[in-house]
Design a protein around this ligand. Structure first.
Ligand SMILES: *Cc1c(COP(=O)(O)O)cnc(C)c1O
Length: 413
């Protein structure tokens, strides 16, 4: 990683050194369990409560409403299955959208198999859900609306406060998956009108395997994990003390640096968009240009395969070249022939979706590294295009059903 430039921070971030330092004693000499009554364990209990306060402060919540989990996947599963089960007598209808993360879509599919009905609202070409469409979709038997705060691929920030007003008016529980936004943009659960909110520590420089679910007092939900009486009997299992302490520290640091980081990263993001528009022909920006995460850039490069550029950048062949890690919404090596369901939900043709590139930045990133990465991206795109049998500069589409770069994917027309 020394010389590498890591621009895949929407997938995960490096644990902040201060966070790691704060966690260390809880893996070492302070290994006591917070469930024990002797004082050795009570220190862990205090540390957990301090972390709970920091996490609550990050989203403007009451610490009594914060419940620690193993990450946003668990929090999302808990919110969806827990509310569905608690309210199944009232109704079995849930509203979400087509561009959700798999940790939302899969629990919803699971419920559909068991008799629940789910309305997946469409998104527009920038990825936005229309709050009026949410209002129109609410029925007498609707028990939950679940919406991502910002999309992990294209960074689009949803009009959550407007949707929150709709759910409040209709008396429907509202869950917001804030895995991409917590620690990255200011959040207030009150202003957003969220009754439930999922967080993940490793998305904001905390450790992996720890997260939280905010559950506003009065929201009805059954536990996902049954067992011991941890977390007020709502989430059983010995606390992940080092992870929770680390998440608390990460939340504290994120809140202290929030405004400065939003400004700095938005500036870098806009610089990247300007640069690629100027220096790479035939690209298309995915998602809204400004109503998006400060650290998220996503664009499609016509005539190339996102996966080819991703792999070429990570294994540079030139002497002394630095590896650059980015992501793509196209994944044929990993066995899926379909491009990302999120890019398709925007109405994007499959061949353009295959050429998508996501750059997601972190707090340490400077313009010099970003400019280096951009020049590498442009050079690799140029090389891949020169080998492409179908790409012609200025030609707005490559031939349907053909794949320009020898990947086994079928461009589905
Ligand atoms: C990362 C992510 C998740 C999953 O979080 P984990 O803590 O890794 O389980 C869920 N939703 C979104 C939008 C994410 O970005």
């Amino acid at each position: 990683m020394d010389s590498a430039i890591f621009l895949d921070n929407a997938a995960t971030t490096r644990t902040d050194p201060d966070v790691l330092e704060t966690m260390r004693p809880w893996l070492d000499e302070n290994f006591g369990s917070p469930a024990t009554l002797y004082t050795f364990g009570s220190q862990a209990k205090q540390a957990i409560e301090a972390a709970r306060q920091h996490v609550a402060d990050l989203i403007g919540a009451d610490p009594k409403d914060i419940f620690f989990t193993s990450g946003a996947t668990e929090s999302n599963n808990w919110a969806i299955k827990g509310v569905a089960e608690a309210l199944e007598e009232r109704g079995r209808h849930i509203i979400s959208n087509q561009a959700e993360h798999h940790s939302i879509l899969m629990p919803l599919r699971h419920l559909e198999k068991k008799g629940w009905e789910v309305t997946y609202l469409p998104v527009d070409s920038d990825g936005f859900v229309d709050p009026d469409a949410v209002a129109a979709a609410v029925r007498d038997d609707t028990v939950l609306v679940t919406m991502v705060h910002a999309n992990h691929e294209i960074g689009t920030i949803q009009p959550i406060a407007e949707i929150g007003r709709v759910t409040a008016e209709k008396g429907v529980a509202f869950h917001v998956n804030a895995a991409q936004t917590a620690g990255h943009i200011p959040i207030s659960v009150q202003e957003l009108g969220a009754g439930l909110m999922s967080l993940s520590a490793h998305k904001f420089y905390g450790p992996k395997g720890v997260g939280a679910l905010y559950i506003r007092r009065g929201v009805r939900i059954t536990p996902l994990l049954h067992g011991g009486s941890q977390e007020k009997k709502r989430r059983a299992g010995t606390h992940n003390v080092p992870g929770i302490v680390g998440m608390g520290k990460a939340a504290e640091l994120a809140r202290a640096n929030l405004k400065a980081e939003v400004d700095r990263l938005s500036g870098l993001r806009d610089h990247i968009f300007d640069w690629v528009e100027k220096n790479i022909d035939d690209i298309r920006i995915n998602g809204h240009r400004t109503r998006r995460l400060p650290n998220n850039v996503n664009f499609s490069i016509e005539g190339i395969e996102g996966e080819s550029i991703m792999l070429s950048l990570s294994y540079p062949t030139a002497d002394g070249a630095r590896p650059v890690y980015i992501s793509t919404g196209s994944a044929c090596v990993s066995g899926s022939l379909e491009p990302s369901h999120i890019l398709l939900a925007l109405g994007m043709p499959a061949e353009l979706a295959h050429g998508s590139v996501r750059i997601s930045m972190a707090k340490g990133d400077n313009q010099e590294d970003i400019d280096y990465a951009l020049s590498q991206i442009a050079a690799v795109a140029e090389r891949l295009r020169s080998m492409s049998p179908v790409y012609k500069r200025g030609n707005k589409k490559c031939a349907a059903g053909s794949d320009p770069n020898g990947c086994e994917c079928e461009a589905a027309g």
